[in-house]
Design a protein around this ligand. Structure first.
Ligand code: SF4
Length: 431
């Protein structure tokens, strides 16, 4: 028995695939397998056809966020017209498949991988046709209703690498998974649990050494909240952060660059203190930090369970600017229940951020599956608000994909209506 793995490899989803490759390299399944990277629908069909020639089974691995689901369902249908075979299994993974397994099965995928995919994939490669023996899946029952095979097995982050050494596919090192905060618009706590799981300093050192040995010189991280590294509470542990950054810096060559608290991660505003900024400046290469603010309205910040007010946002911007960082501040417009007064408060804060030399990273609220606000009605964003956002953008003080996200919000609502909710059945799987 052999398996051909075809990764539907899109720019927007490389991190998830790299984590799966890291797991395959850390604990290779017993079944021989090959890996192909398919960067277009046509390439995916070709890779599947090749896999059918060389292996007994083909697993096509998809990973996507909720806004991309409708377009990828169309792509999946196209691929099936090009090549279809009983030995091919299209597996949908990622946060959307986790939140809406019935929806992805109804949309055409054969299997939804629910939750963390690493251990699930390792077992799926060895499973043959007995899918219901693999935890972490939803498969179509005889009447089309999703049958769940029990919760996926989760491991500590150190168990698997963040990326693929064998295929030279690098990216940010996943530093922390899960989040203790409970922001109502966010999929992270739902997807990865409401606690932090941190990668150890020694394991990060291993990653950096491997990257440097392969000629890489930049290190970035993914984490829900950068200055929460090493803690299980809302209080940062700056000693833990400094140990991490000092270790990474020591492993990097002199021309190496260390990015922390900037893309693709951010820092919570109340964690931005003069002490924290002084420490970061000793180690990091980024000239900016990203601060999660979301709103200038205390009422909306409380309603969304952000766990901080608007005052600490402005304090954080000042402190970061004084420390020499350009603050990029995330805002979310159109949260459910946002009034014109709330939007005005956000715009006032946005102007204050700009006056202090910061930039506003504007987003539009999307009712994401799995979140407490999945079924909430986005607030209407008034024309005057949009005009002010455009003016800030024209002056260079604002950036972001907020217009596209507004379209995605509408699309998500339409998709939710098109696929009525059905409760998945559960099956207990003996391991
Ligand atoms: S928005 Fe950030 S802090 Fe809030 S739950 Fe999501 S990851 Fe955690």
């Amino acid at each position: 028995m052999s398996v051909a793995l075809v990764l539907r490899y899109r720019k927007a989803n490389t991190y998830g695939h790299h984590a799966l490759l890291g797991a395959l390299e850390a604990e290779p399944p017993d079944t021989p397998f090959t890996v192909a990277f398919a960067t277009s629908p046509e390439a995916t069909a070709s890779a599947i056809a090749e896999g059918l020639r060389t292996a007994d089974r083909v697993l096509v691995l998809w990973s996507f966020y909720s806004p991309d689901a409708p377009a990828l369902a169309v792509e999946l249908a196209t691929i099936r017209t090009l090549v279809d075979d009983d030995r091919v299994l299209h597996v949908a993974g990622g946060v959307h498949a986790t939140a809406e397994p019935q929806q992805v099965l109804d949309a055409g995928w054969d299997v939804a991988a629910i939750g963390e995919g690493e251990t699930t994939l390792l077992r799926l490669v060895d499973a043959g046709d007995s899918l219901t023996g693999v935890r972490g899946l939803a498969v179509r029952d005889s009447d089309g209703v999703a049958l769940r095979t029990g919760p996926a097995i989760t491991r500590e982050l150190d168990a698997f690498g963040s990326f693929s050494l064998r295929h030279h596919k690098y990216g940010p090192i996943e530093l922390t998974r899960g989040c203790i905060y409970a922001c109502k618009f966010c999929q992270t706590p739902f997807m990865f649990s409401a606690r932090f799981r941190h990668r150890s300093v020694e394991n990060v050192r291993w990653h950096v050494r491997a990257m440097v040995a392969d000629g890489m010189k930049d290190v970035r991280f993914t984490t829900p909240t950068s200055l929460s590294y090493g803690t299980q509470t809302e209080e940062p542990d700056l000693d833990a952060v400094e140990e991490l950054l000092g270790t990474v810096r020591a492993e990097l060559p002199s021309h190496g660059r260390l990015f922390f608290g900037s893309f693709p991660s951010e820092i919570r505003p109340e964690h931005v203190t003069p002490e924290a900024m002084r420490m970061l400046r000793k180690y990091v290469s980024n000239d900016n930090i990203i601060i999660g603010a979301q709103s200038g309205s205390d009422r909306m910040l409380a309603a969304s369970r952000r766990g901080h007010g608007a005052g600490p946002v402005l304090d954080a911007v000042r402190i970061a600017a004084e420390a020499g960082f350009r603050p990029n501040v995330d805002f979310l417009f159109g949260m459910p229940g946002e009034s014109s007064a709330d939007a005005d408060a956000s715009l006032t804060l946005a102007r204050e951020v700009a006056a202090l030399g910061g930039r506003v990273h504007a987003h539009t609220f999307m009712p994401l599956p799995g979140t407490p606000w999945r079924d909430a009605e986005p607030a209407f964003v008034a024309a005057e608000t949009i005009t002010t956002i455009d003016q800030l953008a024209a002056s260079g003080a604002l950036y972001g994909h907020w217009r596209r996200q507004a379209e995605h919000a509408t699309q998500l609502a339409e998709t939710a209506k098109a696929y009525p909710r059905r409760t998945p059945r559960r099956r207990t799987v003996e391991q």
